[in-house]
Design a protein around this ligand. Structure first.
Ligand code: GLU
Length: 437
């Protein structure tokens, strides 16, 4: 079978992770089978589907590298075909006109549900059934002459020769109706796979109130598209072993609908953050550099005068310490500016401690006299001084760190000092000695 899947969002201005995960599963499934992944924009609600909303959707797909294999189909362009099909259904006795309460607003066209149980075999949930008595007739064309979602959705899937409809399980009730429509239209019924909901930690549908929920937010917060893709692919699906960080081609090779779970999948932002950090670790240095430059520029901390080798070294030093790119300016700002904030708690604990400033002052003089300002010499010097003073190395390490970075934690001290260079280090220690005395 020539597999054809589609993503059929209704643009609203935001792209929820539940929707984009449906796109990812459709994409993985069609790639696995060497088929086509299509896009249909269900833009019949003209109030919501503005050009901006449609662009937001296209941007999200492009950012995640989910390009469709054919030109997108815009549902709004298909109204005549939808209405013609409604006429055919009327002619075949599958639909009837109904003047709802004779309001004089015209007649709706209503689809007649068959009088037998509706059954289909879902690729994820198995056999699903709706008893005949609870399947009610439904409107397919409103009295104002516009086609309803069910009719448009089914006709467009027929038009696009879609073989597999993979979508959220909030559509199961619709699918009973859709199967009946396919049958009445004499069309092949595609296979259906209903994906489990994404839920919060209380088992409720995951929403904006629970934290970041839209693709644009993850992008703005310094999440890598490949990390979000990997995370969402594993939200409800597993490769059948304990692999978690997977390249896209590995996911394509391993993907199958029978390993999609049928129960709800719980969103875990911490796990996504962990995964993003793993991707940052593996990022080629040039890409990491570019991402850090963008976030520095966004925070007004980038200047074209910065030495590329210096920035590259800082980026490499910080690579292990950032979970998202927007952590970078806060964590590494002191590498780029003398005007960095001091963490008050760290100052109290490390600099306002008995003997701390005195030790720091001596350390400063030793650093000033070093022939080479490299990590090895800095470490030997500090350890020798600690021994001389009969204190632990930490009694010098922590004050030095707070003095030059303002922070309680960060990259290895000696590496950091060497990178900052003698002039900056001595200047900052002098400033701290004066300021916190
Ligand atoms: N536009 C509908 C939605 O976004 C279509 C769902 C579908 O058939 O995939 O929920």
């Amino acid at each position: 079978m020539n597999v054809r899947t589609r993503f059929a969002p209704s643009p609203s201005g935001h792209v929820h992770i539940g929707n984009i995960r449906a796109a990812i599963f459709n994409w993985l499934f069609s790639r696995h089978h060497g088929g086509a992944f299509l896009l249909r924009i269900e833009d019949t609600d003209r109030d919501r589907s503005t050009p901006t909303a449609i662009q937001t959707l296209l941007d999200a797909l492009a950012w995640l590298n989910l390009d469709p294999d054919e030109e997108p189909l815009y549902q709004s362009s298909r109204m005549e075909a939808h209405l013609a099909a409604a006429d055919r259904l009327l002619a075949g006795g599958h639909a009837y006109r109904d003047d709802k309460g004779a309001t004089g607003q015209g007649e709706a066209i209503v689809f007649r549900m068959p009088d037998h149980d509706m059954v289909f075999v879902d690729e994820i949930k198995g056999e699903l059934r709706k008893p005949a008595e609870s399947a009610k007739d439904f409107v397919i064309v409103r009295s104002n002459g516009t086609p309803v979602f069910h009719l448009a959705n089914v006709l467009d899937d027929i038009e696009m020769s879609v073989t597999h409809v993979i979508r959220g399980d909030d559509h199961i009730e619709n699918t009973y109706r859709h199967v009946a429509l396919y049958q009445a239209l004499g069309a092949d019924v595609p296979r259906f796979a209903h994906l489990p909901m994404i839920v919060n930690d209380r088992g409720r549908p995951y929403s904006k109130r629970d934290g970041d929920a839209f693709v644009g937010e993850f992008k703005a917060n310094g999440c890598l598209p490949e990390a979000l893709f990997n995370y969402l692919a594993l939200l409800g699906w597993s490769p059948g072993d304990d692999r978690e960080i997977m390249r896209r081609d590995e996911m394509v090779a391993a993907f199958s609908l029978d390993r999609v779970q049928s129960s709800p999948a719980q969103m875990d932002l911490k796990k996504l953050e962990w995964m993003n950090a793993e991707y940052i670790r593996r990022l080629p240095i040039d890409d990491l550099f570019a991402a850090c430059r963008t976030t520095l520029a966004d925070h007004g901390m980038w200047s074209e005068d910065l030495d590329r080798a210096y920035v590259l070294a800082v980026v490499e030093t910080m690579r292990e310490r950032i979970k998202r790119f927007d952590d970078f300016p806060g964590a590494a700002g002191f590498f780029f500016s003398e005007d960095f904030p001091y963490d008050e708690k760290a100052v109290r604990k490390r600099l306002k401690k008995e003997g701390a400033l005195e030790g720091l002052a001596t350390l400063r003089d030793r650093f000033a006299g070093l022939p080479d300002f490299d990590a090895g010499s800095l470490e030997t010097t500090l350890r020798a001084l600690a021994e001389e003073r009969g204190v632990g190395a930490g009694d010098l390490v922590h004050p030095a760190r707070v003095a030059v970075s303002g922070q309680a934690g960060g990259p290895g001290l000696f590496e950091m000092l060497a990178l900052l260079g003698r002039a900056r280090v001595l200047g900052r220690i002098d400033r701290a000695l004066a300021r916190f005395a």
